[in-house]
Design a protein around this ligand. Structure first.
Ligand code: HEC
Ligand code: HEC
Ligand code: HEC
Ligand code: HEC
Length: 423
C-alpha cells in the first residue's frame, strides 16, 4: 500500500484536470449531435423505460462514441480526446516523459505503465484490412501483434453495431485507396521469400509457419514501429489484396499514420513480396498447452499480498474511484467502452468485499461461486486464459484485453478466497 500512496496522491491532481476536460468534451459531443439533426433528443440520458436508442446512436458515428474507440485508437473520425481521457496517449506520454506532471511523479509512474502504449490507427479499415475481417475481429478479437502485449478488448457489441462502425470507417477511408490498380498475382513466391530475408523484414515481423525465422524481440512495447508489426500469418485473411502492393511501396498512402516504415522497393519486388505473404504455404500453428491451475496454497494469505501482487498491479486501474487513482473511476467501476457501471472497486479491502452489480443491477459478492463452482473473482481470470486460446467463456476475461495472469498469481487469489478472504 505505502508504495502506491504517493503516485495516487499525485494522480488525483492530474485526474482533477481530467474531470474538467471531460465535462468540456461531453458538451462538445452534444453540440455535434445537435448539429447532426437530433435537436430534440438529449444525449445526457434521462431515466427512461424505452430501450430503443435514437437513430444517430445506431449510426457508425454514434456507435464509435458509445464504445469510446478513440480512447485507444487514432483514425476514428471522432472529436479529438484530451490526453487525460486517452488510455494510449497518456500512457505513451508518461513512458516518454512528455506528460505534464512533476518529474518525480513521472519517475514513479513510468515503471508501472507497461501496457496500452500503442494501438493501430483505424485508418486501415477498408483500405488495408477488409470490412468483413474487421467486423469479425471487433466481435471476437485475437492476438495479431506478437510485440504488443495488449489486445483489442472483448466488448459487449452486437454484429449489427460492429458492421455499422466498420462500414462507417471504411466509407471515410475509401478515398485513400481507390487510385491503385491491382498488380497481383504477378509475383513469385520463391523470389518474395528471398527478398523478405534480404530486406530483413523479420527484424520486426513474425511470419509464423512460413519458415523465415522470427524476430528475436519479445513482447516488450519498446518502439511503436516494432510493437505494432503484425504477425504476417494473418495478413492473407485480413488484407484488401488489391492494395497490398501499393501499401508495401508506400504504407502512408494506403494507411496514413501507419507505423510501417517506407522501404525502398521496386514495383516488381513489392509484387514478389506480396505473393510470398499471401500465398506461401504455412505450417500449422503449434498447439498451445492447456492452462494448468495450481493446487491451493497451504500457507496463510492476507489481503496485502493479493493487492500487491495482483489487484494493485493491473486491476485497480480500471476498477477504482475517481478521486483515487482514475479520473472516471475506470470502465470496470463507473462504466466505459460501452459497458454500464458495474461498480466493482478493487482498490481497498472494504471495496473488494462490497462486490459488484450483477446483470440485474443487484449487489453480489465477487467471492460467490459461478455455475462452474469457481468464485467469480477467479473465474474471470481463468476466462482470460480461455480467450487467449481462442474460446469465449461465459464471463468476460480479466484483466480486460491484457495478458492473462500467471498460474501463480491465480493460485494466490484462489487460495486467499478459499481461506475466507481474510484481511
Ligand atoms: C492521465 C493519464 C492516464 C490515462 C488517461 C490512463 N492511464 Fe492507465 N495509468 C496511468 C498511470 C500514471 C499508471 C501507473 C500508475 C502507478 O504508478 O501505479 C497507469 C497504469 C495503468 C495500468 C496498470 C499498468 C499496466 O500498464 O498494465 C493499466 C492496466 C491501465 N493504466 C489502464 C488504463 C486504461 C484502460 C485507460 C483508459 C480507460 C487508462 N489506463 C488511462 C495513467 C493514465
Ligand atoms: C482499451 C483499448 C481499445 C479500445 C477501447 C478499442 N480498441 Fe481496437 N484495438 C486495441 C488494440 C491494443 C489493438 C491491437 C491488437 C493486436 O494487434 O493484437 C486493437 C485492434 C483493433 C483493430 C485491428 C486493426 C489493425 O489494423 O490490426 C480494429 C479494426 C479495432 N481495434 C477496432 C476497434 C473499434 C471499432 C473499437 C470501438 C468499438 C475499438 N477497437 C476499441 C485496443 C482498443
Ligand atoms: C521497423 C519495423 C518494420 C520492418 C523492418 C518492416 N515492417 Fe512491415 N510493418 C511494420 C509495422 C509496425 C506494421 C503495422 C503498421 C500499422 O498498421 O500501423 C507493418 C505492416 C506490414 C504489413 C501489413 C500486414 C497486416 O496484416 O496488416 C505488411 C504486409 C508488411 N508490414 C510487410 C513488410 C515487408 C514485406 C517488410 C520487408 C520488406 C516489412 N514489412 C518490414 C513494421 C515493419
Ligand atoms: C482495461 C480495463 C480493465 C482491467 C485492467 C480489468 N478490468 Fe475487470 N472489468 C472491466 C470492465 C469494463 C468490466 C465490465 C464488463 C461487463 O460488464 O461485462 C469488468 C468486469 C469485471 C468483473 C465482473 C465480471 C462479470 O461478468 O460479472 C470482475 C469480477 C472483474 N472485472 C475483475 C477484474 C480483475 C480481478 C482484474 C485484474 C486481474 C480486472 N478486472 C482488470 C475492465 C477491466
Amino acid at each position: 500500500m505505502s508504495r502506491c500512496s504517493r503516485p495516487v496522491g499525485l494522480l488525483s491532481v492530474v485526474w482533477g484536470a481530467a474531470v474538467a476536460l471531460l465535462v468540456a468534451c461531453n458538451s462538445t459531443r452534444e453540440t455535434v449531435s445537435d448539429v447532426n439533426g437530433s435537436s430534440t433528443a438529449p444525449l445526457t440520458p434521462t431515466v427512461s423505460a424505452e430501450p430503443i436508442a435514437p437513430p444517430e446512436e445506431l449510426s457508425g458515428r454514434g456507435l464509435l462514441d458509445k464504445y469510446e474507440c478513440n480512447r485507444c485508437h487514432e483514425g476514428t473520425y471522432q472529436a479529438a480526446l484530451p490526453t487525460p481521457k486517452h488510455c494510449v496517449r497518456c500512457h505513451d506520454e508518461i513512458a516518454d516523459g512528455k506528460f505534464a506532471a512533476p518529474r518525480e511523479a513521472l519517475r514513479s509512474w513510468r515503471p508501472h505503465v507497461t501496457h496500452l502504449r500503442y494501438a493501430p490507427s483505424l485508418q486501415g479499415v477498408g483500405t488495408l484490412v477488409s470490412r468483413e475481417w474487421a467486423t469479425k475481429y471487433v466481435l471476437k478479437p485475437t492476438d495479431l501483434r506478437p510485440h504488443l502485449a495488449a489486445w483489442m478488448p472483448r466488448l459487449a457489441i452486437s454484429e449489427t453495431e460492429a458492421r455499422a462502425i466498420v462500414d462507417y470507417l471504411a466509407s471515410k477511408n475509401a478515398s485513400l485507396a481507390n487510385s491503385f490498380d491491382a498488380r497481383l498475382p504477378h509475383g513469385e513466391v520463391a523470389e518474395g521469400r528471398r527478398l523478405f530475408q534480404q530486406k530483413a523484414c523479420n527484424g520486426c515481423h513474425h511470419f509464423t509457419g512460413a519458415g523465415v525465422g522470427e524476430s528475436a524481440l519479445g513482447s516488450v512495447e519498446v518502439a511503436r514501429e516494432i510493437a505494432l508489426a503484425p504477425d504476417l500469418r494473418n495478413t492473407r485473411a485480413r488484407a484488401v489484396r488489391e492494395n497490398l502492393v501499393a501499401y508495401l511501396l508506400d504504407p502512408q498512402k494506403v494507411k496514413p499514420g501507419a507505423a510501417m516504415p517506407t522501404i525502398q522497393l521496386s514495383e516488381q519486388e513489392a509484387n514478389h513480396l506480396a505473393s510470398f505473404i499471401l500465398e506461401v504455404p504455412l505450417l500449422a500453428e503449434p498447439a498451445q498447452p492447456a492452462f494448468q491451475r495450481l493446487p491451493l496454497l497451504e500457507r496463510p494469505i492476507g489481503y496485502e499480498e493479493v493487492a500487491r501482487r495482483v489487484l494493485h498491479k493491473t486491476c485497480w486501474h480500471c476498477h477504482s474511484q475517481p478521486d483515487y487513482a482514475r479520473g472516471d473511476g475506470g470502465p470496470g467501476n463507473t462504466g466505459g467502452f460501452g459497458f454500464g457501471p458495474r461498480k466493482l472497486d478493487l482498490a481497498s479491502y472494504e471495496s473488494v468485499s462490497s462486490g459488484l452489480l450483477d446483470q440485474n443491477g443487484e449487489r453480489r459478492s465477487v467471492f460467490s461461486a459461478t455455475a462452474s463452482g469457481t468464485p467469480l473473482l477467479v473465474e474471470v481470470m481463468l476466462a482470460r486464459h480461455e480467450e487467449t486460446r481462442g474460446s469465449v467463456a461465459n464471463v468476460r476475461g480479466m484483466p480486460l484485453g491484457l495478458p492473462p495472469l500467471s498460474a501463480e498469481e491465480i493460485q494466490l487469489v484462489e487460495s486467499w478466497v478459499a481461506q475466507g478472504h481474510p484481511r
